[in-house]
Write a protein that binds this ligand. Structure first.
Ligand code: PMP
Length: 411
């Protein structure tokens, strides 16, 4: 119990979020729950607790109508006007598994070829590799130094037996934005469905399923100031329908696609979080982008040997992936207990190998190992950015002065 650091109310009520004494700059890993989201959810934990599938009584009907309302609001926030296009899941990992494995299985008579790209999140790459081990064929497109795929290479990868293309909208480590709408147009000309993992993009750039023209889109509440443990899959209404084989079998909830008692309070929280993202993303992104530029300016004006990875391409406003030549990224993190930042992807941070995302972009092993990811968010203040830049510069200077085998001290 005693290990929980104290939380203090943030001075500005505009953010509606609590903070503690560590400067939190790891918003791509997870975001704090917005107070407005919490307020929408909490009453539902003690009231309207009935199972939404219990249609026999009024309590169940009320829970069902809350779930249905949340589904409509989620659909609307993503630009869809059909609630039935939304399936709630436990998050983006489950939604990615559901669409990739479920679609591959249902279309196996049509073909066994899948296309994606090298810097996708593990929750896309691992289901694809699982399928590859089980008889499917996988083409992973390379990316350039800017982290983006080339559309000509996508066109060249499509085959008559291709049944799915999966392309993320924004990368979690570098913030690189892929040309999803252009890819969708190309892929549809070949009559192939396209899935987009938009978990990192929502709330930071415009995300509209019709503008992107994708058939499937996955999302997660905890990346957008909502609760953990809820996310979903958008599945475009097709005639004839594109079937997805369920991956969880049971009571047949969520249109038979995802069995298990629905989490009504979390679904309502997700709906609220997406609505707030829909109205605030432009002003949030403008402010956060300005802070990210300030952070990079402060660091680069005081240090040599700093590279901003992925800066050449289209990038999310709040993500800064920096390599500090001659410094081990993990050692740098260990020396900064007052900053919550990460090396590589938080989801693979147990592995000590340099980031596969940076390596795929052609960044040398030593520079990839010298990288940290800083991700700013709705609560980040200018004061925090100034302090974080100061601390990073201090520790990089200190670590560079310690002689390392094979490295000479930098001055
Ligand atoms: N896709 C991307 C791009 C992500 O960044 C993440 C979270 N790191 C996920 C999928 C998985 O999301 P969740 O935590 O909701 O399973």
């Amino acid at each position: 119990m005693g290990g929980i650091p104290p939380a203090v109310e943030v001075e500005s009520s505009a953010t509606n979020i609590m903070k503690n004494d560590v400067i939190y700059l790891d918003h791509n890993a997870s975001t704090p729950c917005d107070r407005r989201v919490v307020d929408a959810m909490v009453p539902l934990l003690t009231s309207h607790h009935a199972n939404p599938s219990s249609h026999q009584h009024r309590s169940g009907q009320q829970a069902s109508s809350l779930l249905s309302d949340a589904r409509h609001r989620v659909a609307r926030s993503l630009g869809s006007n059909r609630a039935s296009e939304i399936t709630f899941t436990s998050g983006a990992t489950e939604a990615n598994n559901l669409v990739i494995k479920g679609l591959a299985e249902s279309l196996r008579d049509r073909g066994l070829h899948l296309v994606s790209q090298v810097t996708e999140h593990p929750s896309v790459l691992e289901p694809l590799r699982y399928l590859e081990r089980n008889g499917w064929q996988l083409t992973l497109l390379p990316v350039g130094l800017d982290g983006r795929i080339a559309l000509e290479q996508l066109a060249g990868a499509l085959r008559p037996d291709t049944v799915l293309v999966s392309l993320m909208l924004a990368n979690n480590e570098t913030g690189t934005i892929q040309p999803v709408a252009e890819a969708a147009e190309l892929v549809h000309r070949h009559d192939v469905p396209i899935h987009c993992d938009a978990a990192q993009a929502i709330g930071k750039v415009a995300v509209d399923v019709h503008v992107l023209a994708v058939d499937f889109l996955t999302f997660s509440a905890h990346k957008v100031y909502g609760p953990k443990g809820i996310g979903g899959l958008y599945r475009r209404h097709h005639r004839p329908p594109i079937d997805i084989r369920p991956q969880l079998h049971g009571g047949g909830q969520e249109y038979g696609l995802r069995s298990g008692t629905p989490n009504v309070p979390a679904a309502v929280g997700l709906a609220r979080a997406l609505e707030i993202a829909g109205t605030d993303w432009r002003s949030d992104s403008q402010r956060i982008g300005g802070l990210r530029d300030l952070l990079e300016r402060r660091i680069m004006s005081r240090l040599d040997g700093v590279a901003v990875n992925g800066a050449a391409g289209h990038r999310l406003p709040g993500t800064s992936n920096l390599s500090f030549a001659g410094v081990d990224g993990n050692a740098l993190l260990a020396s900064l207990p007052d900053l919550a930042i990460s090396s590589g992807s938080a989801c693979t941070s147990d592995h000590s190998e340099p980031s596969y995302v940076l390596r795929a972009m052609g960044i040398a092993v030593d520079l990839a190992a010298a990288s940290v990811r800083i991700s700013l968010g709705r609560t980040t203040t200018e004061g925090e950015v100034e302090l974080a830049a100061e601390r990073l510069v201090e520790e990089v200077v200190r670590l560079r002065a310690i002689p390392r085998r094979g490295h000479s001290p930098r001055t």
